[in-house]
Design a protein around this ligand. Structure first.
Ligand code: UT7
Length: 324
């Protein structure tokens, strides 16, 4: 049996910090509301010199360094992103060039906030079937580029960043299972209605800017219910009891959603890796950013049982159970 094992993690954040108090100056909002309703205190926002591929490149370099793996050894690069630098080539191809990877496969996966879990699931399958030995998996986003800074409903929520990991084929687990789902019936609740094959028509109604739209309250309710289901599915697939989990590494959309999932798993908040307070919602980057933080500060140790989960536009959702 071949498993994928995490042998190195890395992450990278843009330099600019935007606090809730900074947003109070440009929007009808307040720090207290943002902290109470989301758990966010501040977020990082990319400059023009820090597009998605630059954040991703830095996160990948740190993951390669932590794994002590040369770029030439990588067999596949899978990038979860909804905010690629270009329509094409894919951002994965641009990162491949920056990192000096060999002529390996390189692909973007667009599953919104679940993008990293989708990328991880694909990478795991390539390793399990024997087609790849070392895979670089990354989640990187600059959702700030889709934000209307006059709209408090979305402007206070999102941030930019990137997280990455190197997976290696191993006889020892490893990733025990991954689970991915989608339901396009919910496309209207969270989207950016601008696209190539529709002739960029959404731009005409919106001063030439693509904008992220979210019916937050409705997304919230489905997210809590769906994440409850996916953690049940993951534990059942592995014949495992929730008491065997050491760490929950959730998508960092909202502290109230994270707390609801932790409560369902009977986990105390000390077993949950939280970055939403400092990063906001970084979409596909949030899970690998949180994982890297807890690996580097020593909270997550070899042998720990980790449950990763995410939920996002599409809707998409997914999870991974990992013996670290
Ligand atoms: O990552 C992908 C998936 N995304 C998510 O999972 C996000 C899920 N949704 C959420 O996290 C929450 O719904 C939000 C944080 C986006 C919003 O929180 P909420 O408690 O659902 O607020 P709401 O949309 O129901 O709005 C409640 C009130 C409204 O005022 P009225 O109508 O009651 O007078 C809003 O206008 O809060 C108002 N409001 C704000 N007030 C101050 C909305 N945004 C703000 C704001 N500052 N930034």
């Amino acid at each position: 049996m071949i498993y994928s094992r995490i042998i190195g993690t890395g992450s990278h954040l843009p330099k600019k910090v935007v606090t809730n108090h900074d947003l109070e100056k440009i929007l009808d909002t307040d720090d207290q509301w943002i902290r109470d309703r989301t758990g966010i205190r501040e977020r990082r926002i990319s400059s023009a010199e820090e597009p998605t591929t630059v954040l991703a490149e830095n996160a990948c370099r740190k993951a390669l360094e932590a794994a002590d793996v040369d770029p030439g050894e990588i067999d596949l690069l899978v990038l979860g992103t909804t905010t690629p630098d270009l329509i094409f080539p894919s951002s994965a191809c641009l990162i491949q060039k920056k990192l000096g990877l060999p002529d390996c496969g390189a692909m973007d996966v667009n599953a919104a906030c679940s993008g990293f879990i989708y990328a991880l699931s694909i990478a795991d399958k390539f390793i399990r079937c024997g087609d790849a030995k070392k895979v670089l998996v990354c989640g990187a986003e600059t959702l700030s580029s889709l934000i209307n800074w006059n709209k408090r409903e979305t402007a206070v929520i999102f941030g930019d960043g990137a997280g990455a990991m190197v997976l290696e084929a191993s006889a020892e687990p490893g990733i025990l299972s991954t689970h991915i789902h989608a339901n396009g019936n919910y496309a209207d609740l969270l989207n950016t209605e601008v696209g190539v094959s529709r002739g960029f028509e959404g731009l005409k109604d919106n001063d030439g800017k693509a904008e992220l739209m979210m019916k937050g309250n409705e997304v919230f309710k489905v997210a809590v219910r769906t994440l409850g289901r996916i953690v049940d599915e993951t534990l059942a697939a592995n014949n495992m009891d929730k008491s065997e989990l050491d760490w929950l590494i959730p998508h960092q959309a909202n502290l109230r959603i994270i707390s609801a999932t932790a409560r369902k798993l009977d986990m105390n908040m000390e077993q949950v890796v939280i970055t939403v307070d400092r990063h906001g919602n970084t979409s596909a980057a949030s899970v690998p950013l949180a994982l890297d933080e807890a690996v580097r500060d020593g909270r997550i140790k070899r042998g720990d049982m980790l449950l990763l989960e995410a939920f996002g536009g599409g809707f998409t959702w997914g999870s991974a159970l990992i013996k670290y």
